[in-house]
Design a protein around this ligand. Structure first.
Ligand SMILES: [Zn+2]
Length: 486
């Protein structure tokens, strides 16, 4: 629902990451994607990805210099050595990527994907799309455009998620529009660009039975995008589109445009999801009032869904997907999302704490840390206990148990480090290194848990597909006559 943490976590590299950067930065500012991967998603997640298929031996990336490669190898070795406590539960749940069972653990990579990075076509220049999906949002400018046309890759999405904006037709129409605007309307104001894209999405959604789509563009909102289901409005902050000040389309880099295109689609996707949830609840013979009480979605929206004739009834897979979303958005596992949605400021404060370098920074973070401590004590800890005692947990619950368990383990360490730091006299940046690292770790755990929630998993998957399509078309436009590589 709210992409805030996602975008922010990665902008605050920890000390250790700084060290890696210092050692490894070549003459170009581009970084080796392996370093990015490890930094972005952490050792465990990187491990899971790399264990899948033969990524660790086959991953080849552009013409990075030797120093780069060595550093990447070192990171890869570290990552591969790390224990993987999540491997089991990862095995049990359905990843976004599925296909031919390969090896023992982790996400499974389809045959098609295997051939992509083993085959001669790539010539060692292509990264598998699954990995690129992890790199892209985080490292806007650093990832090079790939030479030549990239083959389209189908990511098999989870069952029951092929509705609304997830369809290829919707995606292609939207990306066509985005490419057209980006090419023809460089002097367009960023706000107008957003309006044009949102209008495109709106027309599509309405044609598919979503009652309404509203959006609100406001600089200084603090998050790049967010969907507020209570008011049924997508909120967008153009100040978050770039680190620089941007006014027109021409001010944006291509990766920034790609991110905007993806963000708007992601947030709008949440309306699709809510409509699915409403339909499921209506099918259960719940009244409009009851549904409103359970979800806080405005009654007029629910009413309209009720009177809409949808082309196809929900199938079993749709219902299963809707149930999982309901549980983490409005139901018995809504705690995490509720915390994130209700505590944007506290989370923002913690993000700043990750860069704390003096006593003033600590003082500023104090109220936010206090909020976190209260939430941990009153909500997180009891929740972890409850999940741990639970029997017959479904895959989402097992994952949540794992994710919240890890978050619950980092939290007291973070709080203790904060207390220690508070007692220091005039602490320097170096004195606060532990605190910074723990804060980053905490944010990363929060981000991971958040991305695993059914609704976010789906929205990020749909977003990634749009970004890839955009990238493909943009690359085709930018290089009308691709030269053949030897
Ligand atoms: Zn979302």
């Amino acid at each position: 629902m709210d992409r805030q943490i996602l975008t922010k976590v990665q902008k605050t590299p920890s000390h250790r990451d700084d060290d890696v950067q210092k050692q490894s930065r070549g003459p170009q500012s581009a970084e080796h994607p392996l370093l990015n991967l490890q930094r972005s998603i952490g050792n465990q997640a990187a491990l899971r990805l790399m264990r899948s298929a033969n990524i660790q031996t086959k991953l080849q990336v552009s013409d990075a210099d030797d120093e780069f490669e060595q550093e990447a190898d070192r990171v890869a070795a570290t990552v591969m050595r790390a224990p993987d406590p999540q491997a089991k539960s990862e095995d049990e749940h359905e990843g976004i990527l599925q296909g031919k069972p390969e090896g023992d653990k982790g996400l499974q990579v389809s045959q098609e994907m295997q051939s992509q990075f083993e085959g001669p076509r790539g010539g060692g220049r292509q990264l598998p799309e699954s990995l690129r999906a992890y790199f892209e949002p985080r490292h806007g400018g650093t990832l090079r455009w790939l030479d030549g046309a990239r083959r389209g890759l189908t990511i098999q999405r989870q069952p029951g998620t092929d509705y609304g904006l997830a369809s290829a037709a919707s995606r292609n129409k939207y990306v066509d529009k985005a490419i057209q605007l980006w090419n023809m309307q460089k002097s367009m104001k960023v706000e107008a660009f957003v309006d044009a894209l949102m209008n495109e999405i709106k027309a599509d959604l309405l044609s598919q039975g979503v009652p309404e789509l509203k959006w609100h563009i406001k600089r200084g909102l603090g998050v790049d995008g967010s969907f507020d289901s209570k008011n049924w409005v997508v909120e967008i902050d153009p100040n978050k589109f770039s680190e620089r000040k941007v006014t027109t389309v021409a001010d944006l880099t291509l990766p920034e445009i790609e991110n905007i295109v993806g963000t708007l689609y992601h947030e709008s996707r949440h309306t699709d999801q809510d409509v699915l949830i409403i339909r499921m609840l209506l099918d259960q013979k719940k009244s409009v009032k009851e549904i409103h009480q359970e979800t806080n979605i405005p009654e007029p929206i629910i009413n309209k869904v009720k009177t809409t004739k949808f082309k196809t009834p929900l199938d079993k897979a749709n219902v299963a997907h809707a149930n999982l979303m309901f549980a983490v958005m409005y139901g018995e596992h809504k705690e995490l999302l509720a915390f994130i949605m209700d505590n944007k400021q506290a989370i923002e404060g913690l993000e700043k704490l990750a860069g704390a370098s003096n006593a003033d920074d600590l003082k500023r973070a104090q109220p936010q840390v206090k909020k976190l401590a209260e939430w941990a004590k009153n909500v997180l800890e009891p929740k972890v206990k409850k999940l741990a005692a639970g029997k017959n947990l479904g895959p989402q619950e097992a994952e949540l148990k794992n994710d919240l368990g890890e978050l619950g383990q980092v939290t007291p360490k973070l709080l203790a480090a904060f207390d220690t730091a508070l007692k220091m006299k005039n602490p320097t940046k170096d004195d606060l290194e532990d605190l910074q690292d723990l804060t980053n770790e905490w944010l990363k755990k929060l981000d991971e848990a958040y991305r695993h929630l059914e609704g976010e998993k789906d929205a990020f998957a749909v977003e990634d597909l749009v970004k890839k399509e955009f990238e493909k078309q943009a690359a085709a436009k930018a290089k009308p006559a691709p030269t053949k590589k030897k």
